[in-house]
Design a protein around this ligand. Sequence first.
Ligand SMILES: Cc1cc2nc3c(=O)[nH]c(=O)nc-3n(C[C@H](O)[C@H](O)[C@H](O)COP(=O)(O)OP(=O)(O)OC[C@H]3O[C@@H](n4cnc5c(N)ncnc54)[C@H](O)[C@@H]3O)c2cc1C
Length: 430
Amino acid sequence: MIENEDNFIANSLWSDTANQTPACPVLEAEIETDVAIIGAGFTGLSAALHLAKLGKKVVVLEAQTPGWGASGRNGGQVNPGLIENPNHAISKFGADMGQRMIALSGGAGKLVFDLIAQHDIQCDALPVGWLRAAHNAAGMQNLEQKATQWQAHGVPMQSLGAVEVAELLGTEAYVGGILDPRGGNIHPLNYALGLADAAIAAGAMICGQTRVEAVATGESLHTIISAHGRVRARKVLVCTNGYTGDLIPGLRQSVVPIRSIQVATAPLSDNLRASILPGLHAPSDTRRLLSYFRTDAAGRFIMGARGAYTSAATKARFAQARAITAELFPQLANVKWQYEWGGYIAATADHYPHLHDMGNGIAAGLGYNGRGVAMATAMGKVLGDWASGVPNSDLDFPVSNLRKIPFHGLHRLVVEATIARYKFMDRVGL
Ligand SMILES: Cc1cc2nc3c(=O)[nH]c(=O)nc-3n(C[C@H](O)[C@H](O)[C@H](O)COP(=O)(O)OP(=O)(O)OC[C@H]3O[C@@H](n4cnc5c(N)ncnc54)[C@H](O)[C@@H]3O)c2cc1C
């Protein structure tokens, strides 16, 4: 069970099938460290592992347990690259930084699978590629454009026709697609728990059930304050993404938290299982409110969708995700559904993740726009580089100023209105 979250999204498939959570004692002392990390999701754990391997003294403070946030509840799709195409990154950030971002984000899937192999993380890792399916001709054109741009960076993206996609998916709902060889899928919570094990083995300390209540900034040492202890640290990394609170002025208002959801069936019969995703891909489609789906190691079918802020509306979205499944895969119309759950992602105004240096030894990495399995792992490494003294200009991701999103207080209304507009546009095929 995901504890201390709204009960109705607590019943996660991943927490029910998780490996053992490492012992993460509550912080009950005053300690000093090189780097304090707030949040034990992929961002914080990857940063901790990277820094511990560099020989730094690291303490991670997590309000619940490692992987409790979005990292332990997502679709487990390892999606390399950024949301925007490579050429967009180059025109927005310049040739040099654009190239570095392309290399970092493009290599983020490999980073995940390499870490899994290096640390022998048991998380059902399947580096089978990321299949992107086009729901109409315009969607296919977008995918072709993306593929051409990545091909120019040496990535052997494969273009797929309608028949090939139908064979790989088990549905004839799509007009074509592309296969990105750098992606794949994992059991996300077990990946997070494996990163936590690896970080601890490398010398990091992870404190669980330790909510940070305040960060008192000092000249050379900051004090991180929780209910029963304190950590004094030269550097502080804030890795709280969709669960960001008010520890750092303005950080919460720099992203919009959006609830994302998942529904999963009971294990499918062998017959049904053979008719869907024979290559064990985890595809996503080109709709604005995209459908992304996969099976797990036990043969459950899992569908992901956008959630909502209220319980009633989120429950309606669970039902919609099940209905979309039956539309795409009529053979699943009468299957038994076993799980429904969700969590918060963080969206940014420009669709890029953000790396902020507060200028006083505190930095934050967040805003993966629902695509953080690979990118949060890569951002953790960049944050680790920053905390170990790499100058901002040499980092593989641009450091940006903290900017509050205008009218942030109205974000729920804006998100719901946008979802309604996207739903309409998807329905009418725009
Ligand atoms: C339902 C769902 C499906 C998704 N599917 C995919 C997918 O298939 N592929 C993909 O790439 N991405 C997906 N994502 C997005 C991905 O999960 C996130 O981008 C990623 O996990 C973010 O990692 P993180 O470490 O930055 O944040 P999180 O994993 O959310 O971790 C933040 C942590 O900070 C802790 N925290 C917050 N405040 C404090 C405090 N004051 N003191 C101590 N600790 C604190 C929280 O307890 C939490 O554990 C999905 C997300 C959701 C919710």
